[in-house]
Every structure is written in C-alpha cells, then in structure tokens.
Design a protein around this ligand. Structure first.
Ligand code: NAD
Length: 277
C-alpha cells in the first residue's frame, strides 16, 4: 500500500513580503529591474511620467504583464518626477496601496546631447530635476519609515557618467556625478539603521534613451548613426557590446538581497570595462 506524501510548500522567494518602488519603470532598465524584483517575490510599483489616458493604460498593461509573468503583485502609478513635489506623492501613493516601501530604485532619467554653448537652459533644468533632484525627494520621503523598520534598500541608477565625462552631455554628467554624491552621503547617514544606499553605474545600454541620442550625436559630431554606435558608444566599452537591461537588473537584485547588507555607499560599474581604462 502506498501513502501519498504531503506536497511540500513552495519555497519562499527571497524578496517575498518586500515592497519595491521603481521610478521610470515603463521601459528600458527600470522595467527590467521591476520585473527582476517581482520575479524574486517583491510587490512592485511601476512608474512613468505620462498621465494621459493612453499612457496610464500602457502603464497598467505593463504592471499586469509583470503580475502574469511573476505572480507577484504589481501596480502602476503615474508621476512626472520633474515636479519637485511629485516624488513624495508617489511614495505616499505606494504606501497607501501596499503599506510600506522596503526598496526604492531611483531610475527615472533623461538625456540631451549638445555642446555647452548650444545647451538649452530648459534641458539643463529638466535633467537636473529628474536625474538628481527626484532621487533626493524620493529618498527623503522613504527614509523615516525604513529607519523605523530597521531595513531598507535604495538603489540609484547612476551611470558610468557618474565616474567619467563625455563631451556634449554637461547636464547629464553633472546630474549623474551629483547622484553618486547623494548616494554616498545618504549611505553614511543611514548606515546604522539596516539601510543600504548604492549606485549602479551602467555603460551604454541599448534602450530608448540611447536610441534617441544616436541621431543627435550624429548631428553634433557630423557622423553617420552607424559611426556613432561604433566610434562613440561602443568605442568606450572594451567588450564592444552594449550592456543589457537584464545585467543591470541582476546587479540591482543582488544589492537588494540580505547577502549585500554590508555593501553600502558604492558605485558599481556595469560597463564592459569602460571605466577601468
Ligand atoms: P528609457 O528611456 O528606456 O526609460 C526611462 C524611463 O523613465 C521610462 O520609464 C520613462 O517613462 C521614465 N521617465 C521619463 N521621464 C520621466 C519623468 N519626468 N517622470 C517619471 N518618469 C519618467 O531609459 P533607460 O536607458 O532605461 O534609462 C533608465 C536610467 O538608466 C536613467 O536614469 C539613465 O540615465 C540610466 N542609464 C542609462 C544608460 C543607457 O545606456 N541606457 C546608461 C547608464 C545609465
């Protein structure tokens, strides 16, 4: 006679019970990070800037597809993080929906390529607002509750341009260097509270952000688009390959793990050797 053995419970995923807010996660690197954290069991809030009905529908479709693929909870919240008040509202809405934020990924970012003398003043203001100030406002808003719980992970999607410069990117390089300064400062302030704050520094990743700058760089440098990819973008990366969004997401997931609890205040290059030169 055979006795049926009870089915063992499904193993708990490492981020089960954690709530993650990933800014700028309707596309590219942010989307890959949201999917990776959800696949590890986290509940994720997906964010993008558009508040038109079409953009909201698109964001909700992205969140639903994360739920289908990962079985974790996911929800979309629109917020234009260039607005200095928007990050705190996004944090408050995430807490209203899911009760807390354990993981904050400051990822939303934009780029503009032009020589300094032609650099539009409004692009300077927008890039600083989104790529740097939004991370400050969101971090400020999540820290008190993380401190109270004694656990938190803040991952700032910085850039190889936090470590080195390239011409034609005055606002972006300034904002990304600033984001690394913010990362280190907050890491020191919260180190005794179980909270880590780190910066990922990707090289070139082929996302809409990079695709859009290829024609501008071609125009600014008098090159063809193929020459820009070969002679400007991939020339910087000794691997001669684009970094993938999934590779950046894997690093983000590691920094969110318990095993990474002693890693804080770092700039982690994911750049095919670019900044080793
Ligand atoms: P992307 O254009 O694919 O995605 C940008 C995301 O930000 C989108 O979800 C978009 O909706 C969102 N966004 C744009 N404006 C916003 C706003 N005002 N408010 C809220 N969200 C807004 O870009 P990506 O390449 O995935 O870039 C993501 C991050 O990675 C950026 O911070 C970028 O600087 C950084 N990064 C990218 C590369 C690269 O080569 N692609 C390299 C290093 C760092």
């Amino acid at each position: 006679m055979t006795t049926a053995l009870p089915t063992p419970p499904a193993p708990q995923r490492p981020l089960t019970g954690r709530v993650a807010l990933v800014t700028g996660s309707t596309s590219g690197i942010g989307l890959a990070i949201a999917e990776e954290l959800a696949s590890l069991g986290a509940t994720v809030v997906v964010n993008g800037s558009g508040s038109s009905p079409a953009k909201i529908k698109d964001g909700e479709r992205i969140a639903s597809s994360i739920v289908e693929r990962t079985t974790s909870k996911a929800s979309f919240v629109a917020a234009d993080l260039k607005d200095p008040l928007a990050a705190a509202k996004l944090v408050a809405e995430t807490v209203r929906r899911f009760g807390e934020i354990d993981i904050l990924v400051n990822n939303a970012g934009i780029q503009h390529v032009a020589p300094i003398q032609d650099f539009p003043d409004e692009k300077w203001v927008e890039i600083l607002a989104l790529n740097l100030s939004a991370a400050f406002h969101a971090t400020k808003a999540v820290i008190p509750a993380m401190k109270a719980r004694g656990w938190g992970r803040i991952v700032n999607v910085a850039s190889a341009h936090s470590l080195v410069a390239s011409p034609m990117k005055s606002a972006y390089v300034s904002a990304k260097h600033g984001l690394l300064g913010l990362t280190k400062t907050v890491a020191l302030e919260v180190a005794e509270h179980g909270i880590t704050v780190n910066a990922l520094c990707p090289g070139y990743v082929l996302t809409p952000l990079v695709e859009k700058q290829i024609p501008d760089t071609a125009k600014a440098r008098g090159m063809t688009e193929d020459e820009v990819v070969r002679e400007v973008l991939l020339k910087a990366q000794p691997t001669r390959k684009f970094v993938t969004p999934e590779e950046v997401a894997a690093a983000a997931a590691f920094l969110c793990s318990d095993g990474a609890r002693s890693i804080t205040g770092i700039a982690l290059p994911i750049d095919g050797g670019w900044t080793a030169q």
